[in-house]
Write a protein that binds this ligand. Sequence first.
Ligand SMILES: [Zn+2]
Length: 162
Amino acid sequence: MEDQGNSDDIATVFISSALHDEICDLAARCWPEECCGLLIASNQSPTHIRRIVPARNIATEPRKTFEIDPQTLIDTYRAVRGRDEAVVGCFHSHPNGNVLPSTTDRARADVHGFLWLIIATDQSGVLQFGMYRAQHQSPAQINGGETIRYFRRCQVIQSATA
Ligand SMILES: [Zn+2]
C-alpha cells in the first residue's frame, strides 16, 4: 500500500488478538444466523478498536440479513458520549461464507467513514475477516452527479494489546 507511514491512514485498522477472537467466537456461535454489533474506539485513536458491543439481530430473516436492536444503538451511543469514545463502525457475519459486502450492505452504508467489519462463516466456523470503510464521493468531485457510495477495503493489524 502506498500511503503507509501516515498515522491518519484510514485504510489501516488495529484490533487486539483477544478482541479478534471474541468476534470470531460470536460469529461462529451465531451460525447459521448473522451476528451483529458495534465497534467502539476512543476519540484519540479512532482506528484502534477498543471494544465491541454485541447486539441482538432483530431482522425477520436473521439467516439472510441483520438489523441491530435499536435499543442497543440508543444505549451505546448514549454510553460512549460520557466516556470519550465513539462508535466507529459495525460488524456482522455472512453465514454463506462470502466476505464481500452485499448490495444491501452498500445501500445501508450511509455514514461516510464508518467501518464495516464482515465475518465470513460456514458450519466449520470463521473463514475470513473483511474490514471496509464506507466512502461517499461528493457530487462536486464528479461533476454534479449523485453521491457515489463504495467500500474501501482496510488492512487489519492484530496486536497483543488494543
Ligand atoms: Zn452483509
